[in-house]
Design a binder for this molecule. Structure first.
Ligand code: PGA
Length: 256
């Protein structure tokens, strides 16, 4: 199994450029020389440039939390994929549940953003997850499959192979109540199977699937024992250098 684990820190609407610099300067010395996991920081837009300059030549890569689906134009407040790439971004989140619920993004917009990211050479991280009501109604697998199919509409197998999916049960985000590793693995194995059926074996084996939702250094260990968990998307705990470094330290390679 060659999938490299990925630990991504989603800062959401936290950290000015100055605060981002303080974080990066504290975080880098906490990492081992050859971390087995890939490490990704997702600062808010105004802090991307500063963080990106500080991360140049380090083992930590940069990404953004959102993008506009169009290339450029009269879209006040929009930020294009090209702008993100120019700031040094390699990854971008699409369809985070907060974008879906608080900013009204639907599957069609999420799919447009995802395809724009791919065209611009960014790796999209497609976020999926069910609400508590859906989970209680036994709708998790169906909900997640529907978001996956809609998000990947029109995407080639080659592109699916290199993208990242983040399974984030909405009831686990920011609540301190993570899913159990076994429950997450069951959903994530289903996501991988669905990708295999639709896009073939290389896509199934290549796509990386992250778990997100109240991940901490204390609870992350069992997730990294699961064969379909290729990493973690971390919100709250990623704001503290020691906590994020603790999660990175737990991210052993598959099979290790
Ligand atoms: P959390 O956020 O770790 O604070 O639950 C995860 C996310 O929203 O990506």
């Amino acid at each position: 199994m060659t999938r490299r684990r990925l630990v991504a820190g989603n800062w959401k609407m936290h950290k000015t450029p100055e605060e981002a610099e303080v974080f990066v300067r504290a975080f880098l010395p906490l990492l081992r020389r050859d971390e087995p996991a890939e490490i990704l920081l997702l600062p808010p837009f105004p802090s991307l440039d500063r963080a990106g300059r500080l991360l140049e030549g380090t083992a930590v890569v940069l990404g953004a939390q959102d993008l506009h689906p169009e290339i450029s134009g009269a879209f006040t407040g929009g930020v294009s994929a090209g702008m993100l790439a120019a700031c040094g971004c390699r990854y971008v989140l699409v369809g985070h549940s907060e974008r879906r619920s608080l900013f009204g993004e639907d599957d069609i917009l999420v799919n447009r953003k995802l395809r724009r990211a791919l065209t611009a050479g960014l790796v999209p991280i497609l976020c999926l997850g069910e609400t508590l009501a859906e989970r209680r109604a036994g709708e998790t697998a169906r909900r997640v499959a529907a978001q996956l199919a809609a998000g990947l509409d029109g995407v080639s197998s080659d592109d699916v192979e290199r993208l990242v999916v983040a399974y984030e049960p909405i009831w686990a985000i920011g609540t301190g109540e993570a899913a159990s590793a076994a429950a997450a693995e069951a959903v994530m194995a289903g996501i991988r199977e669905a990708i295999g059926s639709a896009y073939g074996r290389p896509a199934r084996d290549g796509v990386r699937i992250l778990y997100g939702g109240s991940v901490t250094p204390e609870n992350v260990g069992p997730f990294f024992a699961q064969s379909d968990v290729d990493g973690a998307l971390v919100g709250g705990a990623s704001l503290r250098p020691e906590a994020l470094a603790g999660i990175v330290a737990a991210a052993r390679p598959h099979g290790a």
